[in-house]
Design a protein around this ligand. Structure first.
Ligand SMILES: Nc1ncnc2c1ncn2[C@@H]1O[C@H](COP(=O)(O)OP(=O)(O)O)[C@@H](O)[C@H]1O
Ligand SMILES: [Mg+2]
Length: 311
């Protein structure tokens, strides 16, 4: 009987050990499956993010084409407006002086004339006095429109397939001109541009990078008392190096570590999409270059773009 009991106990023990082993295998597998499942979910979310970023990128690209098309359309009528305004401005001064003399002579010759009465009634003598300065202002305004249209044209060059040799200093200048309105007021711009070799690139895309980084700098400088945006360019043995720095709010480690993630933003809904830097990074990568950043909370941020110029 006791021998039988012993056998039974052994069999029970064996069965228990096997069961525990099997349970731990099942548990390990379940844990592995759970982890795999989590990883899959993360990958799907990332893929979704990339897909959305690509769609957004395509939108920006077509916007670029649209911009250069519209700029081109504006350019044609603008050409004759500019020419006419220029010649009118040149003649306005003489014209105005002659008109004033005519009125004065008329006043002496025939002070009660109907023509003189009409001139006074319609304030033509005032308008005449203002004419030269009005034309000056108009010429200045038209000149500014020409510059903006020029910047839009060079900015919008989004011919994606073809890479052309471009002067990146020109891209910096035209991007700054587009930002003129945002920079107005308390922000001063410090330009330190060196002469650069031509870089074979897609100028529209590179300008997009400048714009995205400078827009962020403008946002970061919002509450800075003596706000300065410093833009520099220099050339090394193989690359053209552009730096865009601000003395704005800066970033802490948690922001820095996620900076280039699509949709990562610290801005309120409607103000930030979180796409600016992920797009910039992608464009620079496609140009075999690099985009890096240094930042300290409270003292500012510097982005460094490096693009090789030997194809
Ligand atoms: N120059 C800068 N100074 C401080 N923070 C910055 C700067 N540039 C980028 N950032 C931070 O990086 C985040 C992501 O930037 P970005 O990809 O351009 O998206 P968005 O500007 O739409 O938020 C910003 O929300 C901001 O927190
Ligand atoms: Mg941005």
């Amino acid at each position: 009987m006791s021998e039988e009991l012993e056998l039974y106990k052994q069999a029970y023990e064996r069965e228990r050990e096997a069961r525990i082993a099997a349970e731990s295998v099942v548990e390990r597998r379940s844990r592995e499956l759970f982890k795999k499942n989590q990883e899959l979910e993360k990958s799907i979310a990332e893929l979704q993010g990339h897909q959305d970023a690509i769609i957004q990128f395509e939108k920006l690209a077509s916007l670029g084409t649209l911009i250069s098309g519209v700029a081109h359309e504006i350019n044609n009528p603008l050409a004759f407006v500019t020419a006419n305004v220029e010649s009118l401005t040149t003649h306005a001064e003489q014209y105005s002086r002659a008109f004033a003399q005519l009125v004065a002579q008329l006043q002496q010759a025939d002070p009660d004339s109907e023509l003189l009465a009409r001139i006074y009634q319609q304030d033509l003598h005032y308008i005449n006095a203002e004419l030269p300065s009005m034309m000056q202002d108009t010429q200045e305004g038209v000149g500014r429109v020409v510059e903006i249209v020029q910047s839009l044209k060079s900015f919008g060059r989004m011919d994606r397939a073809s890479r052309v040799p471009a002067d990146l200093n020109e891209g910096i200048r035209s991007t700054l001109k587009l930002l003129q309105h945002e920079l107005k007021g308390s922000t001063s711009v410090d330009l330190k541009l060196s002469e650069l070799p031509m870089v074979k690139c897609n100028p529209g895309e590179i300008n997009q990078v400048f714009l995205n980084i400078m827009m962020n700098a403008v946002h970061a400088l919002k509450d800075t008392a003596k706000a300065v945006l410093t833009v520099g360019s220099k050339v090394t043995q193989q690359s053209v190096v552009i730096t865009i720095a601000d003395n704005g709010c800066g970033m802490d480690e948690s922001v820095l570590s996620r900076l280039f993630e699509p949709f990562y933003t610290t801005k309120p809904v409607g103000e930030g999409t979180g796409l600016g830097l992920s797009i910039a990074n992608k464009i620079i990568e496609e140009h075999a270059g690099s985009l890096s950043v240094e930042s300290r909370v409270g003292s500012g941020t510097c982005f460094t773009i490096s693009i090789p110029y030997i194809a």
